[in-house]
Design a protein around this ligand. Structure first.
Ligand SMILES: [Zn+2]
Ligand SMILES: [Zn+2]
Length: 163
């Protein structure tokens, strides 16, 4: 599905990972636990062989959302990164944390008991780009772009933490 090694990490760059195997079972989960853990309406995952996953900078902090399942996130910036069902060999990677999430589109949905009816109608909502579709970007957008603290979507030699 994707070229290996696959890389990713959190928003601030304190946690970076590399995956030397394919991602499988790409899906989105609508269950209430995933909604809370993501702060979102659903969470995107794929599985990979846990031996293929290495942390190249830092490591996640874990929260057990139930006894067998722990969720890994960056304790500096809060980005959800992993879901580890300790009863299974594969580990789940949160797809929004990949450096290139577009390479791993979802193949199915789970936790559909929690799916909101209007999810299927999102494409009909009006939309615009961050910069406003060709208009001169407003000042608040310029300030966001010019003071970006987000780690770039690739590995870096040095990491300068920003608060
Ligand atoms: Zn972080
Ligand atoms: Zn879920």
């Amino acid at each position: 599905m994707t070229q290996t090694p696959i890389t990713g990490g959190c928003q601030c760059g304190a946690v970076r990972y590399q995956i030397s195997a394919a991602l499988e079972k790409a899906h989105i989960c609508h269950c209430r636990m995933c909604q809370k853990a993501a702060g979102n309406y659903f969470m995107p995952f794929a599985t990979t062989d846990r031996k293929a996953l290495t942390y190249t900078r830092g490591s996640p902090t874990w929260f057990h959302s139930c006894d067998p399942v722990r969720r890994g996130f960056c304790n500096r910036c809060g980005t959800p990164l992993m879901l580890d069902d300790t009863r299974e060999d594969p580990i789940y990677v949160v797809l929004g944390s990949l450096d290139d999430p577009a390479t791993c589109p979802p193949e199915y949905q789970s936790g559909t008991e929690g799916r909101y009816d209007w999810i299927t109608q999102l494409d009909a909502l009006p939309g615009h780009t961050t910069e406003g579709d060709g208009e001169t970007p407003p000042q608040w957008v310029k300030e966001i772009c010019e003071s970006n603290h987000q780690h770039p979507d690739h590995d870096t030699e040095n990491w300068e933490p920003k608060s």
